[in-house]
Design a protein. Structure first.
Lengths: 185, 196
């Protein structure tokens, strides 16, 4: 049989939830038991320190973000939803373009009958090769030939290319969990 | 009888219900840090926690009609948040070790112990920092009641309501949590004293 109180008894004594009879037993024991007195001191000390554990501060825009969602009916703000939708559309477009490049480079799709820009695009691939090994070369050709062809040269092309990059950022932000955009919101 | 803060809260909620959505910002400002402190420690990631706290506030707003007003808004919000956090933690399929295996002496008899007390080994501000760290290592079952009781300053019955467990279980968890913290702090500090 142990000569000490249980931790439950000591904690209830500390919390003041022991009945009077139990309280007297603990008080009596504490008078002569150094171990239990020290354990009680430890618990008292821990309690006081636990109450001083600092709160984690929410980010500066937190209340604004909640309120914008509340006001917009619990959804993300309209601009954010539009941009997100746009980003998915761009992402799909890019995937289709890459697939197209691969198909053209490997000869699965033949666009020889085209003319103008399309022919220039095709000839770049023709010189590169029609095998899978030539994909890096074909990609270089795609970058130099197809980007101006797809997005146009000048400010329109640059704007579209920037939009593509931003949309990809949104996609990775959401799918991969970078949360860069979420932090900016 | 309700205190002034709760009385004031009733007025805010009445204002929101009558169409003044902007009044909700007062409640968000009042509870955001406490809510985030709980969520960060439960899910272990600040950004993820902030996202969950936002969701909890938005859900609470949308369900405001279901809020009966017999508890504080903070207790109700914490319950929504606690459920969101637990769902997220469960999704990660984090396996928790059984409580008894984590405790060297779960709420049992004290052993004869002649080492120095915690107070003799560490200053209070240092202990607060160590505890803040050590709480994160507790199993969720013990961590949540400790945070709700000490950091969020909820009462026993409010902790029971948030976690949807009987009040007796809350007390048991709190005892186990405090006991486990003491054991771990003692071991850690005595180790440091030995090697210094």
């Amino acid at each position: 049989m142990s000569n000490h109180m249980t931790t439950d008894e000591l904690l209830e004594f500390l919390d003041g939830t022991l009945p009077d009879s139990g309280k007297r037993v603990v008080e009596e024991h504490l008078r002569t038991c150094f171990s239990c007195r020290r354990a009680l001191d430890d618990f008292r000390h821990l309690d006081s320190s636990l109450r001083k554990v600092p709160l984690v501060q929410a980010s500066r825009g937190f209340t604004g973000n909640v309120m914008s969602r509340v006001v917009s009916g619990g959804k993300e703000p309209l601009t954010f939803r539009l941009l997100t939708g746009l980003s998915y559309a761009f992402a799909m477009l890019i995937v289709l373009v890459i697939l197209g490049v691969v198909f053209v480079a490997t000869g699965v799709i033949d666009i020889r009958s085209g003319s103008g820009e399309a022919n220039r695009f095709q000839s770049a691939f023709d010189t590169a090769s029609s095998t899978l090994d030539a994909i890096p070369t074909a990609m270089t050709a795609w970058i130099t030939e197809y980007i101006p062809f797809a997005f146009g040269s000048g400010s329109l092309g640059i704007t579209t290319a920037i939009l593509v990059v931003v949309s990809m950022l949104f996609v990775f932000d959401r799918l991969v969990g970078w949360r860069i955009v979420s932090r900016l919101r | 009888m309700k205190n002034t803060a709760a009385g004031n809260e009733d007025q805010i909620i009445a204002a929101i219900r009558s169409g003044n959505a902007r009044a909700y910002a007062v409640l968000v400002d009042r509870y955001k840090d406490r809510a985030l402190s709980l969520a960060v420690r439960l899910v272990g990631d600040h950004d993820e926690a902030e996202e969950l706290v936002q969701d909890a506030f938005v859900n609470a707003y949308r369900k405001l009609d279901q809020f009966r007003g017999d508890a504080r808004f903070g207790t109700w919000l914490h319950r929504i948040l606690y459920n969101l956090c637990m769902t997220r933690v469960a999704r990660r399929k984090e396996r928790m070790a059984s409580l008894d295996s984590l405790e060297e002496n779960p709420a049992g008899m004290l052993h004869e112990d002649k080492g120095p007390s915690i107070q003799e080994m560490v200053e209070e501000n240092e202990l607060v920092a160590l505890l803040s760290d050590e709480i994160n290592r507790l199993p969720e079952t013990l961590k949540a009641p400790l945070l709700l009781f000490y950091v969020d300053e909820l009462k026993y019955e409010e902790v029971a309501e948030v976690m949807n467990i009987p009040m007796g279980t809350v007390k048991t968890y709190l005892h186990r949590g405090r006991n486990l913290l003491r054991q771990r702090m003692q071991a850690k500090l005595r180790n440091e004293v030995e090697y210094s």
